[in-house]
Design a protein around this ligand. Structure first.
Ligand SMILES: [Zn+2]
Length: 722
């Protein structure tokens, strides 16, 4: 969880802007009516100079590309702010034409229209075949261009969700940021390519890119660095700024930090010191770290991006004490998943969930079994409250990137649970061996769920088609019921616990853990494979059993019953309809501040704002979640729901509860937001989402000082047997 800017790793998905259909897609004559598609660039050799005062870059890129068919042009995309000065091949100048826009069908037979928002900065350059014709085979085309790259930082779209400021690219005094979506080097289709890049920046700056710095020198007031990325990659990152470089060796890998001069050794050292152990841990599990360096790169706006061989973290982010143990290892693991094996466009983003499983969740497992269990429960809770509640669920194959609480709950949360179930099924050693095989076979290539499945099948010898089909291609999750539970005993033999595990059609194939316990602490674990809507089971027990529970430790992906999780902020945050009640005891600046926050929350979700009338009247019923903003009669009436947490007198309180709908059993989620002072209220309001799994929070100013869960109720999946 990240308290500023957003979650740890939306960056990978945001960064994976230039995906591919297949490697080595060679232009071939198309049907009579359609032109052939351009072939992807095979290699870049680019010299680039950054002129910071003028926000501009000037570059010469020598690209290698398969020669088009006779009569066909070479086409590529470039940022619309960059002017092409010359295009040459074999020492000859070529004519070219810069279009105002670009044409997806020139680059794909079936364009991935859902992804084309990432191409907003691009326009198309067309280089017709010269009179002498194209030479056969592979062409080297030299493109000389330059211009101003100074897009602004765009606010995240969702005040309610978590996201970073975004930009298509900028070269400003504080730093330069150029990525695939900048289109600052020519692009001509989804391909993977090695590159060499010589970067000239002001003397007091440093540049960072993928791969290794083959040379680095200051000459005539400029720092010139040559970056070599021998491994195929999908885009060229060029980050630069007034950085100090800290580094130390770890085996064959150089561990680095590119940070601003005010960022001292006290900030940098914990990162540099922890990196080696993290690299070793993942190398041991999944195969050797694939790059020559790993760098922490500081950013002046708040990001949490993972790029191949470095991570790009905001200056406030790196100063949060927990990042070194949470987001940082997560971004390092992306060098295996996402930046080592790349995603294939249109086939689903498997890398966030796999990285979350291997980094964030694995850290909880190392901590203790209860921490891991709480993490799984919170994952199921987010899925229920954010994805299911609003009807926003979708199959994993449709996950591209996190852009809301719902896409996070599915794309990160469900995926992590799928890998957890696979790990339980195959055992930890077989699970790791399968991922090591996947990495060995797919490193520096693009892969989807099918290659993952193939690696697990090859290693285990099991047919995993049904497993992946039900979890990856199908939306949803089973909801389990425990019925007809009876206790039997024949003579003086063992007790027999009978029951039926029930799910709705179409049934999932799931092995559910059962736990039989008694009050003296005796317990027996048992597993039941359920393939149909009703699965009878019988467990023989040598002690006198009291209870039987199905999946009490949240080992399988399923719909959580409300009683299985404590009332949590996620329920009211994720409610499809939300009412905000401004308490009738609130006045003055606090009142106007709370109204502003309510209006902000209403900007991107269905929110009704109600000013509570004076007096002691009842609020009308509302089919949805209700937030109580500030003190008032209705909030005080419900104070008993908050147990030991008091609305008044202990700093700013944020708390969740639930109450039954009038005349029904349906539970309506409630939230309480009782700021201590109007100054810190907006800042606390922005942070609530990051703490959504909790039942209650206390803030001193805008600093969180306490947080915890209510006790969950009795699960319907736990039944007394006698
Ligand atoms: Zn990530």
């Amino acid at each position: 969880m990240l308290a500023v800017g957003g979650g740890p790793a939306a960056g990978k998905a945001v960064m994976a802007v230039v995906g591919t259909v297949a490697m080595g897609l060679v232009a071939a004559p198309g049907p009579a009516v359609a032109a052939s598609t351009a072939s992807p660039i095979l290699r870049h050799e680019v010299d680039v100079t950054l002129n910071v005062a003028e926000n501009r870059l000037d570059a010469v890129d020598r690209i290698r590309v398969a020669a088009p068919a006779s009569g066909e042009p070479v086409r590529f995309l470039l940022n619309r702010e960059l002017d092409v000065r010359a295009v040459r091949t074999g020492g000859r100048d070529l004519d070219f034409q810069a279009h105002d826009r670009w044409f997806p069908r020139h680059f794909w037979r079936r364009p991935p229209f859902a992804d084309l928002g990432e191409f907003e900065a691009a326009r198309e350059i067309e280089v017709p075949e010269p009179p002498v014709g194209w030479s056969a085979g592979v062409l080297t085309v030299e493109v000389e261009y330059g211009g101003v790259i100074a897009d602004s930082l765009h606010s995240p779209e969702r005040a309610y969700g978590r996201s970073f400021e975004t930009t298509t690219g900028r070269i400003v005094e504080r730093g330069a940021y150029l990525t695939g979506s900048t289109f600052w080097v020519p692009w001509s289709g989804d391909g993977l390519f090695p590159f060499e890049m010589t970067v000239s920046v002001p003397e007091e700056w440093r540049s960072v890119s993928q791969g290794r710095a083959a040379s680095d020198a200051v000459e005539r007031g400029r720092r010139v660095t040559r970056w070599v990325s021998a491994h195929p990659t999908d885009q060229i990152f060029l980050i630069a700024g007034p950085y100090d470089l800290h580094e130390r060796p770890h085996g064959d890998v150089t561990v680095q930090a590119y940070v601003y001069p005010i960022t001292g050794e006290d900030i940098v050292a914990p990162y540099l010191e922890s990196t080696g152990a993290v690299l070793d841990r993942y190398s041991e599990r999944f195969g050797a770290y694939p790059y020559a360096k790993f760098a922490l790169v500081e950013n002046y706006w708040q990001t949490g991006f993972g790029m191949p061989s470095f991570t790009f973290l905001g200056d406030r982010v790196i100063r949060l004490p927990f990042i070194v143990d949470t987001s940082y290892p997560h971004e390092i693991l992306h060098n295996w998943w996402g930046n080592g094996v790349y995603l294939r466009r249109g086939e689903g983003n498997w890398c966030e969930g796999l990285t979350t499983h291997g980094a964030d969740y694995a850290a909880k497992e190392r901590e203790d079994p209860n921490a891991a269990r709480d993490y799984r429960r919170s994952t199921l809770q987010s899925y229920r409250d954010f994805a299911l509640a609003g009807g926003k669920d979708f199959p994993l194959r449709g996950f591209r990137e996190r852009d809301s609480a719902a896409t996070q709950a599915v794309g990160y949360g469900k995926t992590l649970m799928v890998f957890h179930m696979l790990q339980r099924r195959l055992g930890a050693d077989m699970f790791d061996a399968s991922l090591e095989r996947f990495f060995r076979e797919q490193r520096f290539r693009r892969a989807g769920w099918d290659e993952l499945r193939a690696a697990f099948e090859a290693e285990s010898g099991e047919d995993l088609v049904p497993f992946f089909a039900q979890w990856v291609d199908r939306a949803g999750a089973p909801a389990w019921r425990l019925e007809d539970v009876k206790l039997g005993r024949e003579g003086g033999g063992p007790y027999q616990v009978h029951g039926v595990l029930v799910q709705d059609a179409p049934a999932y194939d799931v092995t559910l853990p059962l736990l039989v316990t008694n009050e003296d602490g005796a317990h027996l674990r048992h597993e039941v494979r359920c393939t149909g809507e009703r699965t009878p089971f019988r467990v023989d027990v040598r002690f006198t059993p009291d209870r039987v529970s199905a999946d009490p430790d949240f080992e399988t992906f399923r719909r959580l019953h409300p009683e299985e999780s404590p009332a949590a902020l996620s329920a009211v945050l994720g409610a499809p309809a939300v009412r905000i009640v401004i308490g009738n005891e609130v006045s003055g600046t606090m009142r106007s501040t709370l109204l502003e926050i309510a209006e902000e929350w209403g900007r991107d979700s269905a929110v009704v704002v109600v000013e509570e009338p004076a007096g002691h009247g009842e609020l009308p019923d509302f089919a949805g979640g209700t937030w109580f903003f500030g003190e008032g009669h209705a909030a005080h009436e419900r104070e008993a729901l908050l147990g030991a947490v008091h609305l008044h007198g202990s700093g700013t309180v944020v708390a969740a509860a639930r109450e039954a709908a009038p005349g029904g059993t349906e539970l309506r989620p409630l939230g309480f937001f009782l700021p201590d002072d109007p100054e810190s209220a907006p800042s606390v309001a922005r942070k609530i989402h990051h703490y959504s799994k909790y039942s209650w929070l206390v803030f001193d100013g805008d600093r969180n000082t306490d947080k915890s869960f209510w006790e969950p109720g009795l699960s319907p999946l736990t039944v007394k047997v006698r």
